[in-house]
Write a protein that binds this ligand. Structure first.
Ligand SMILES: [Zn+2]
Length: 64
């Protein structure tokens, strides 16, 4: 799967924050793990790449 820095990942499982939560996460770092930031609460966390890719519904990217 093609994921780049600065992409917004729309995940199948939303972050359990702010009641409804957000299913959109900003990609901060890419490697063996992804570092993602919840776009609703700003929480940052690491997640193994394989696990993250399985959970991606859609990659949202602003075309330059
Ligand atoms: Zn959150």
């Amino acid at each position: 799967m093609d994921v780049r820095l600065g992409d917004i990942l729309q995940m199948k499982k939303p972050h359990p924050c702010k009641g409804s939560g957000s299913d959109k996460f900003l990609v901060l770092r890419i490697g063996m793990d992804f570092r993602l930031r919840c776009t609703a609460c700003g929480h940052e966390f690491m997640i193994p790449r394989a696990k993250a890719e399985k959970n991606i519904r859609k990659v949202l990217r602003e075309e330059a």
